[in-house]
Design a protein around this ligand. Structure first.
Ligand SMILES: Cc1cc2nc3c(=O)[nH]c(=O)nc-3n(C[C@H](O)[C@H](O)[C@H](O)COP(=O)(O)O)c2cc1C
Length: 269
């Protein structure tokens, strides 16, 4: 007797086989695409850092990045670089034993008790609650005369709709802004989303982060004037305030304050 093609068992067997085949294909896609995704994330990070540094990319991003940028890990508590062997323990190491500082995930580190510190509410202007003990910083090499031109500091804080992530470039005086790049945020396009717009970010260049008594003084405000202020985004006062508060936190004592003080005294090295 011929098997019943419409039997329940047959239907479930076909569904089961189909599920197995599909999940196998999804697994293959995930595994094979992983290196491509990792490379894409790395490219995006390198492109943003180079943009904050004001360095044009010509040709290969990673090559331009390697020629111009040196990543170090900073202990924010004292503003000192973490020695490379300790950085390799904190950030992980590549197959040659070199510390993987470039990809150090300071956002994940800020969520784990061992690798983070809690921020007292009155100091938490960026509204991030915890921050990583160590942050990567990106030294911009002076490819002509040696030494470093500036340093790129990752920073983040609350905007109107979510956390805004950026890179701030600071000159060797530890005070002058050389550039800024916001690379991730949830602000409204055309309003708060204008933090990405070069017309806005160009205005940061040359502004000072600290006043004469070394207190954080940079601000994004309406009718900006003087050395420390940038004009607020129109129709986006709340985002503008978020930017001011983020920069204030990261340039103060709980952020890069000790590191920037060290640079101010001894330059970038
Ligand atoms: C749909 C919608 C999206 C908005 N997005 C933003 C935003 O991304 N950033 C922001 O500061 N204000 C945003 N606002 C406006 C704020 O609610 C608020 O009115 C504004 O920040 C005040 O800024 P102003 O004093 O420059 O007008 C948005 C308003 C609406 C209705």
């Amino acid at each position: 007797m011929a098997a019943n093609k419409d039997s329940t068992l047959r239907t479930f067997t076909v569904i089961g086989i189909l599920c197995l085949v599909c999940s196998f294909m999804v697994c293959i896609a995930v595994v094979t695409l992983q290196p491509l995704q990792a490379k894409q994330i790395q490219n995006d990070r390198e492109r943003s850092i180079l943009e904050a540094a004001g360095i044009g990319i010509n040709g290969d991003i990673s090559k331009t990045y390697a020629e111009n940028i040196e990543a170090r890990l900073v202990n924010l508590a004292n503003g000192k670089y973490v020695p490379n062997d300790k950085a390799a323990v904190i950030a992980g190491k590549d197959k040659n034993g070199m510390a993987l500082i470039d990809g150090y995930n300071f956002v994940s580190a800020a969520r784990l008790p061992d690798s983070s510190v809690a921020i007292e509410t009155d100091k938490d202007t960026a509204k991030i609650r915890n921050r990583a003990k160590y942050m990567p910083v990106y030294l911009v090499k002076n490819t002509v005369s040696g030494g470093y031109k500036s340093v790129i500091l990752p920073f983040y804080g609350q905007g109107l709709w979510g956390t805004m992530y950026g890179y701030l470039a600071v000159a060797g005086d530890g005070n002058t802004v050389m550039g800024v790049k916001y690379y991730s945020h949830n602000e409204t396009p055309g309003l708060g989303g204008e933090i990405e717009n070069p017309k806005f970010t160009q205005k940061w260049i040359g502004k000072k982060l600290y006043d004469a008594s070394d207190a954080p003084a940079f601000a994004v405000v309406k009718n900006a004037s003087g050395d420390h202020q940038v004009d607020a985004l129109s129709g986006a006062t709340l985002t503008s305030n978020g930017v001011t508060n983020s920069v204030k936190f990261w340039t103060d004592s709980m952020g890069y304050g000790p590191y920037l003080q060290r640079i101010k005294k001894g330059g970038i090295k």
